[in-house]
Design a protein around this ligand. Structure first.
Ligand code: IMP
Ligand code: MG
Length: 183
């Protein structure tokens, strides 16, 4: 049996487990303060955001419900195209609700820009975005992101839900992927 150790594909740990906890605590504190106990619908973008969403929601103090959306990004590469395709839509009617989109990482901004527009057209009370990571240098499309966990440099990262070709989501930290893995 070939046993491949997942940590060996990591060049450098960028955000360790302790820093993840600190980031979660400060994001949750801001969200709790801003919504004043009003009910919140978390729209979790599959699949990468599931780990972050699971940790974040347990720190939220208002009544919380969750639903999921999945978009496809045409191919398995390391960057997204300008289009989004909704592979899975919400079951929940968002009309009149406070919606918080939970995303793992914002890169070009294309996905979140389109999603925010789409959800806004369904007449919620409010739509905001909470992303764990932000790569500001990569932004192509302007989008207002209300909650950012950490800004990171322009490196391809995996772990804590984030993948490369569906691998490495189970790493407990955010790490920079070795270039040799994808070049
Ligand atoms: P955007 O539309 O370019 O902002 O794409 C965001 C999506 O691209 C994220 O939800 C991820 O699925 C993916 N992505 C962007 N950068 C990375 C990365 O460094 N690691 C893993 N996935 C990434
Ligand atoms: Mg994603």
């Amino acid at each position: 049996m070939i046993c491949k150790e997942i940590h060996q594909d990591i060049e450098q740990v960028l955000i360790d487990e302790q820093e993840i906890v600190y980031t979660l605590d400060s994001l949750a504190a801001r969200i709790n303060r801003d919504y004043h106990g009003e009910p919140l619908l978390l729209v979790v973008i599959l699949k990468g955001s599931m780990v972050f969403a699971a940790d974040l929601m347990r720190r939220l103090e208002m009544p919380v419900s969750i639903d999921f959306m999945q978009t496809s990004s045409y191919g398995s590469g390391s960057s997204s195209s300008g289009f989004i395709n909704i592979k899975r839509d919400l079951e929940t009617d968002v009309r009149g609700k406070n919606v918080l989109i939970v995303e793992d990482i914002i890169d070009s901004g294309n996905t979140l820009h389109k999603l925010k527009e789409l959800l806004r057209s369904r007449k919620p009370k409010s739509v905001k975005i909470c992303t764990f990571l932000d790569k500001p240098e990569r932004r192509v499309t302007d989008v207002e992101v209300e909650y950012v966990g950490r800004q990171i440099p322009d490196e391809f990262v995996v772990g804590y839900g984030l993948d490369y070709n569906e691998q490495h989501r189970n790493l407990p930290y955010i790490g920079i992927l070795k270039r040799s893995v994808y070049e």
